[in-house]
Structure formats: structure tokens, C-alpha cells
Design a protein around this ligand. Structure first.
Ligand SMILES: Nc1nc2c(ncn2[C@@H]2O[C@H](COP(=O)(O)OP(=O)(O)O)[C@@H](O)[C@H]2O)c(=O)[nH]1
Ligand SMILES: [Mg+2]
Length: 384
């Protein structure tokens, strides 16, 4: 999904936090959200079930200005770890420029770690990508817990290729920004090698202040917020007071997404000051004007399991939203707003599909959110 605006020398890259359920992906993204300066990140969107499990994905945009002489916009995503959400994982993985594999360091999670890594390899392969050539960073998470596996065991099992690895405790934020910096460096290097990102401009001596390098910029922009002093921290995230729930180590049957009856969904933009999850959907939270009602209808239908109605409501909302881009076909409007063309095509294909599944509806909501985000980015609709 990387895109480059050569005039603005702006690079957009997509980074996916992958790993088994409960390994700490959502917590990692929340910590990044809390740490990065507000000016350098957008709102974090989470689509979670009532039990706080990621149903579709979490999404957090982060901006790093002037890496060399480019700006970098990062779109950070997590995937749902549960085995039966594989279609969703594939979808989120589509167009990824790099992956952070978040492993749970506890011995009882090793089977789930291995299974998830194999699943990553398989899903990337289906997108025509080989994991062993792909920008990848390993995040050994939950290092704060007692009895975790030694790092060399994790390395031997999960990182034979020797990609950069970091010990983290996402629950208290330790190591998460170092992980993010490492994957950003790898992604930029990879995009430069593929000549997607132009090499740094040659600089002339005495030409004024040099743009800072990647490392300095990442550090400056990402570490903008001091961690709150001890005692004033957000309620510590625990496993409900008890020991960490053991991950399912028994083989879990691969259930086709169509058979999944999704639990009630809470979609909520997460904010640092928020006390409880808002029952406002991620799409409607981004909507303005009469698009709000359509977005609400789409979310309500999704929650009720009525996927056909959800897709129809998304179609209505997307048409209205794209109309703000001016006259023309949907494709032209989408192009002008820089909505992903492949996504739009796939979305339009849903209209002719007989059976709509939970992933189709989730995808429709995803495209709708993308359109709203793009509209917001260009300041439309204005004057309301
Ligand atoms: N002790 C500890 N708990 C963690 C850590 N990271 C996440 N958790 C907890 O593990 C559980 C699952 O985390 P979550 O981020 O939802 O996992 P996800 O399924 O990968 O998104 C939550 O209860 C978190 O509070 C960590 O580094 N240390
Ligand atoms: Mg999650």
C-alpha cells in the first residue's frame, strides 16, 4: 500500500502488527498512541468485541516529518489473532509494507506463536510475498511476566532468519517505540531498494540546515510525550486480576468465516482521555452530515449480523461521500480523493455477490472509513 507523492516527497507505508490472540498487539498500538505526540498521530480506531478482543482490526495513523528529505505517513494496523478470523487477517495484510510479529513470551503460548507465524507466511505467500524477504521485526512481548521463555529459545523457534528483535512489555510501554522505529527503518530501506522511495537528495555544502536522518526524526517525533510519572498512570492493564489466561494450545478447528456468528461489536475510537468505550462506530465517528445516518445504519446492520444491509448502507454512504469530490464516475471521484482503487473495485464487486459474509461487511465498513478519512484529510465537506 505504499504510495509516494514525489512532489511533496511524501511516503505512505502500511505496517501490520501480527501475532496470536492475546499476545499484546492492541496494547502495543495503544501504547504507541499514548506516547506519540498528538500532532504526529491521528485517532486510534478499534473494532472490538465486548470482551475487548479485536474483531476486525485496530488502526492508528502516525506521521513522521522529513525522514531525510521525505515525510513518512505510517498506517499501523493490528490483526485479530483468533484462528477463525483468517479472512480478516489476509485482508488487513493486503498491501502491507512491513510486519511486526508480536510473540507472547510465555511458554504456554509457544504453539500459538508458531501457528501464527506459519499463518503469516502462508497469507503473505498468497499475496505473492515471501516472508524471508519481507521487512519483519520480532517483538518478544510480556517480558515483565514471571517464567517467560529465555530470548534465545524464542529466537531459535521463531527467528531463525535473525531479523531485528526487541524485548517488550507492551502493558507498560517498554520497548514498543524501539520496535516501531526498527520496522520503519526496514520498510524505508526496502522501499528505497525497490526504488519506490527516491534516494536522499544530494546535498550541497553550505546549503542550510540538513534535514535530519530517519533516526533523529523518529526519535524527535515519536518520543515527544514523556511517560506519565509513576502513580498517575492509566489503570494498569491486567488479566482481570488473575494469571494470564492460557492461550488455546489445542489445535483449533479452522472454521469458515461464514459459520462465525460475531459477538456484539463495540466500535470505538480510543482516546487517551476516554474513560469507557463509546458505542459509536468507527465509521460514524468519522462521518459528517447525512452520511452519519448511513454510517450508523451500516454499523447497526453489522452488529445485527445483517451483512447484506450493511453493505447496502455502506454503498449509499460511499456514494454520498465520494460525491463531494465533484462530478464524475465513482472511480474518478475515488482517484481524486486517493481512495485505494483496488479496494473500491473489490467493494463494488460485493454488489453482485449472492452471499455476503461477515468479512465482506467488515470490508465494506473499512472502505467506508477509508473514504471518510480521505474526505476529512482534504477538508470536505466544508462549510457545515
Ligand atoms: N503482563 C503483560 N500483559 C500484557 C502485555 N501486553 C499485553 N498484555 C495483556 O494481554 C492481554 C491481551 O492483550 P491485547 O493487546 O488485547 O492482545 P492482542 O489480542 O494481541 O491484541 C491484555 O489483557 C493485555 O493487558 C505485556 O507486555 N505484559
Ligand atoms: Mg487485539
Amino acid at each position: 500500500m505504499s504510495s509516494v507523492n514525489l512532489m511533496a516527497r511524501e511516503v505512505a507505508a502500511k505496517i501490520v502488527f501480527y501475532g496470536p490472540g492475546l499476545s499484546g498487539k492492541t496494547t502495543t498500538l495503544r501504547k504507541i498512541y499514548e506516547t506519540v505526540r498528538p500532532a504526529h498521530r491521528g485517532e486510534m480506531m478499534s473494532i472490538a468485541t465486548e470482551g475487548d478482543r479485536t474483531l476486525f482490526f485496530d488502526f492508528l495513523p502516525v506521521k513522521v516529518e522529513r525522514v531525510g528529505d521525505c515525510s513518512v505517513r505510517l498506517a499501523l494496523y493490528t490483526v485479530p489473532g483468533q484462528v477463525f478470523y483468517n479472512a480478516t487477517r489476509k485482508l488487513v495484510l493486503q498491501g502491507a509494507d512491513g510486519v511486526v510479529f508480536v510473540a507472547d513470551s510465555q511458554p504456554e503460548a509457544m504453539d500459538a506463536n508458531r501457528e501464527s507465524l506459519a499463518n503469516l507466511e502462508e497469507n503473505l505467500f498468497e499475496h505473492g510475498i515471501r516472508l524471508d524477504r519481507f521487512p519483519l521485526v520480532m517483538q518478544w512481548n510480556k517480558r515483565d511476566l514471571e517464567g517467560v521463555l529465555p530470548v534465545d529459545v524464542l529466537r531459535k523457534e521463531l527467528n531463525p532468519r535473525g531479523v531485528p528483535e526487541f524485548e517488550t512489555a507492551a502493558a507498560n510501554g517498554r520497548g514498543v517505540l524501539d520496535t516501531l522505529k526498527a520496522i520503519t527503518r526496514l520498510v524505508i530501506k526496502d522501499l528505497r531498494a525497490k526504488r519506490i522511495v527516491p534516494p536522499p537528495r544530494p546535498t550541497t555544502p553550505g546549503a542550510g540546515p540538513q534535514p535530519a536522518g530517519l533516526e533523529a526524526q523518529l526519535t524527535q517525533h515519536l518520543h515527544g510525550r514523556q511517560p506519565p510519572p509513576p502513580g498517575s498512570q492509566q489503570p494498569t492493564v491486567t488479566f482481570g486480576g488473575g494469571p494470564a489466561p492460557a492461550l488455546a494450545t489445542a489445535p483449533v478447528p479452522r472454521v469458515a468465516p461464514v459459520a462465525v456468528v460475531p459477538p456484539p461489536v463495540q466500535v470505538s475510537p480510543v482516546s487517551a482521555t476516554q474513560t469507557g468505550p463509546k458505542l459509536l462506530g468507527a465509521a460514524s465517528a468519522l462521518a459528517s452530515g447525512d452520511m452519519f445516518d448511513h454510517a450508523r445504519a451500516a454499523e447497526a446492520a453489522f452488529m445485527a449480523g445483517d451483512y447484506a444491509t450493511c453493505v447496502t448502507a455502506c454503498t449509499d454512504a460511499i456514494r454520498r461521500a465520494l460525491a463531494f469530490a465533484g462530478e464524475g464516475s465513482l472511480a474518478q471521484q475515488a482517484y481524486l480523493l486517493r481512495v485505494d482503487g483496488a479496494d473500491l473495485l473489490r467493494f463494488q464487486g460485493l454488489a453482485t455477490q449472492q452471499l455476503l459474509r461477515v468479512d465482506d461487511a467488515a470490508f465494506a465498513l473499512y472502505v467506508l472509513m477509508q473514504v471518510f478519512v480521505r474526505l476529512n484529510a482534504v477538508g470536505l465537506p466544508n462549510g457545515e
